[in-house]
Design a binder for this molecule. Structure first.
Ligand SMILES: Cc1ncc(COP(=O)(O)O)c(C=O)c1O
Length: 395
């Protein structure tokens, strides 16, 4: 006989809340940040450059441009790609709003296409149906860290000459066919938010092999300034704006944190993989739970462990989430589809019902806690809470 779920009057399985995601900070990171504080730069300086070089080398691309967030990295990438008024940019509705802002921040129109429900990422056939003469680019997102259909999407991009920006905010540290995620053309974007695979507090990055795109991102990140342009060679103070740039500069303090996290990347991946394997094994036999897809030609470093709960489980997603919260287990849902958001409805006329695969997946989605400081007992609390809830509904 199992205990009553807390949602139905039992005692919560844990006293302390287990978050769905969290950073891991050790003495290594603390020392690195303190050391950076002693340096000459506490804004963007040599440590940012070292961080960029290390990421570029790890991903296997020529350029890495660090920014203040994944969101600002998407903004820069969209602008560097030349997205603008009158352009359409195709992306997935099953993502965070910032993915679409690669278009909207640049006055382009985000055009949603439905997902492949197995991968939960943009379906190349659905993308093809949305292509028009105004389509300028694609922004696929590697949901949870699993790569989108890279081949299929690049084929569409080739056919219609589209610029591709991979939103790889969930996928830092993973690989596809032995090649790092982020190495695929034309640009990819990472986020270093605390719940992501590595963190700089807030932070993001654009990576690319393309010299011109990289140069545009670098310039736009820092005011779009030209320093001592032609005719002013001997006037070092002569800094002039050539366009509307931004201050998306990340600091040496953040980069020091990022570099220390990179030193732990292998351990981070190993621990995430272990937790995922424990969940996979424990949840495989529970009716009404679909575990995440098996990696396809990839070795993903997963930011999320997102299951789908269906009727056979015994209760719907809403009750599942609230029951886990009652147990002090911080599950989350990634994401309310973008065509449900008032902004995208009011600005672009989207409405529920337009993307059936996305909607069906969304209806069951729940992200279970996944972060490297979780103990085996934490994982077991999550699994036991799910088993108890399931059994409660079977009785
Ligand atoms: C898929 C995706 N894209 C973009 C972002 C934006 O990243 P940031 O929070 O660093 O701005 C996030 C962050 O939640 C995300 O999950």
């Amino acid at each position: 006989m199992t205990r009553d779920p807390a949602y139905y009057g039992g005692k919560p399985i844990r006293d302390e809340v287990l978050g769905y995601g969290s950073q891991s900070i050790t003495e290594l990171e603390k020392e690195a940040v303190l050391e950076a504080l002693e340096g000459d730069y506490i804004t963007r300086g040599p440590t940012v450059e070292a961080f960029e070089e290390q990421v570029a080398e790890m991903v296997g691309v020529k350029h890495a441009i660090a920014t203040t967030s994944g969101t600002t990295a998407l903004h820069l990438a969209g602008r560097a790609a030349g997205f603008g008024s009158g352009d359409e940019v195709i992306t997935t509705p099953l993502t965070f709003a910032s993915t679409a802002h690669a278009a909207t921040y640049n006055d382009a129109t985000p055009v949603f296409a439905d997902i492949d429900p197995h991968r939960r990422t943009l379906d190349p056939d659905a993308v093809r149906e949305q292509v028009t003469d105004d389509t300028a680019g694609l922004v696929p997102m590697h949901y949870a860290g699993h790569p989108a259909d890279i081949d299929g999407l690049l084929e569409v991009a080739d056919e219609y000459d589209l610029t591709v920006i991979w939103d790889a905010c969930h996928a830092f540290g993973g690989s596809w066919r032995g090649e790092a995620i982020g190495a695929q053309r034309d640009m990819a974007v990472f986020s270093f938010h605390p719940v992501k695979n590595v963190t700089t507090g807030e932070g993001g990055m654009v990576v690319t092999d393309d010299d011109e795109l990289a140069e545009r991102c670098r310039r736009l990140r820092s005011f779009d300034m030209e320093y001592s342009p032609g005719g002013h060679d001997d006037e070092p103070w002569y800094q002039v704006a050539e366009g509307v740039g931004y201050n998306y500069n990340i600091t040496d303090l953040q980069a020091a944190l990022g570099l220390a996290q990179l030193d732990r990347l292998e351990d981070f991946k190993q621990r995430r993989d272990e937790i995922i394997a424990q969940y996979d094994e424990a949840l495989a036999g529970i009716d009404g739970i679909r575990t995440p897809p098996e990696p396809l030609e990839s070795d993903p470093m997963c930011h999320l462990y997102a299951i789908e709960v269906s009727e056979a489980f015994g209760c719907g997603r809403k009750e599942f989430v609230n029951a886990m919260h009652a147990e002090n287990i911080g599950v989350q849902v990634h994401y309310v589809p973008l065509h449900y958001h008032p902004f995208f409805q009011q600005e672009f006329g989207y409405k529920p019902g337009q993307f059936p695969e996305t909607e069906q997946v969304y209806d069951g989605l729940v992200s279970l806690p996944l972060h490297v400081e979780m103990s085996d007992e934490d994982v077991s609390d999550v699994v036991t809470a799910i088993e108890n809830l399931h059994e409660h509904h079977l009785e």
